[in-house]
Design a protein around this ligand. Structure first.
Ligand code: RIB
Length: 287
């Protein structure tokens, strides 16, 4: 069975819906606070496990949580989706990461993350990559750990997907150890002119562009039209879907065509993690 490994963050998402975002120094009223599982890594693992189940792709996650209710809740959510969480380590004395999220009436969001245990995930926590087909990485864990994972995976012949989110400049050696970059337009601007062989640039409701190989061969993929409820986690579902389809043998353009549909499904529900849907909904989204 082909395997996807997610090395990344696990958070508790503290969410308040509000009509519009406050400006600096402004207070606005919101709806009731909800708490749910999140974190870019956990969201990717949940989406990959749900999508991978149909494709014969197994999923595992590596990450760090505190010895607290938030940590157990998010780890259990990843496990319930079908991913192996044996390599999610518990750090007593450290809080699980939290994300303070506001979602406005259009479904758009703002997110502030307190890393907690995610900040302690180290290269020593990484497993062997020998039987991993595709690795997904994003930037809510320390960059040296991301780099160590990318290099170890590369050395084992694993395809390395890197999402530059939260947006940050990254060392060139990390880009060199990456097979496919997945970025939004803002993150793409941070890359400067460092050459990247294969990339997907996501454009929200405008779909995405696949550069494979290099910047001269571009495939444009249109988005699905949906009424957004909550865009939180859509990018994570997208990345996970690309990983699953690459692990299943698709080329990058076909993987991206599938991923825009997974990303579209993710925005139709509240919360950061790809939902379980009925057969009608699955067929409507072509997943
Ligand atoms: O990508 C969405 C995620 O970003 C949220 O679940 C939140 O935890 C932050 O990590």
């Amino acid at each position: 069975m082909s395997r996807v490994l997610v090395v990344g963050s696990l958070n508790a998402d503290l969410v308040v819906r509000t009509e519009r975002f406050p400006g600096p120094g402004e207070t606005v009223a919101g709806a009731d606070l909800t708490t749910g599982p999140g974190g870019k890594g956990a969201n990717q693992a949940v989406a990959a496990a749900r999508l991978g189940a149909r494709a014969g792709v197994a999923v595992a996650m590596v990450g760090a949580i505190g010895d607290d209710d938030h940590g157990r809740t998010v780890r259990d959510a990843v496990a319930a989706a079908g991913a192996d969480v044996a390599a999610v380590v518990v750090r007593p004395g450290t809080a699980t990461g939290t994300a303070v999220i506001t979602v406005d009436a259009t479904g758009d969001n703002t997110i502030v993350v307190s890393p907690g245990a995610n900040a302690g995930l180290a290269a020593a926590d990484l497993p062997s990559f020998d039987d991993v087909a595709v690795l997904t990485l994003s930037l809510e864990i320390p960059t040296p750990t991301v780099l160590a994972a990318a290099r170890a995976a590369r050395a084992a012949g694993t395809t390395v997907l890197l999402n530059l989110s939260p947006s940050a400049a990254v060392p060139p050696e990390l880009l060199d150890a990456t097979d496919v970059l997945v970025v939004n337009e803002h993150e793409a601007a941070l890359l400067g002119d460092h050459p990247v062989a294969r990339s997907v640039v996501t454009r929200g409701a405008a779909g995405c562009e696949v550069h494979d190989p290099g910047p001269d061969t571009v495939t444009t993929v249109e988005a699905m039209r949906v009424d957004p409820v909550d865009t939180t986690g859509s990018g994570d579902a997208f990345l996970a879907a690309v990983a699953v389809r690459l692990a299943a043998g698709d080329d990058l353009a076909d993987a991206a065509r599938y991923a825009v549909r997974a990303g579209a499904l993710a925005v139709t529900v509240a919360g950061a993690q790809l939902p379980v849907v009925g057969e009608d909904e699955r067929l409507r989204f072509g997943l």
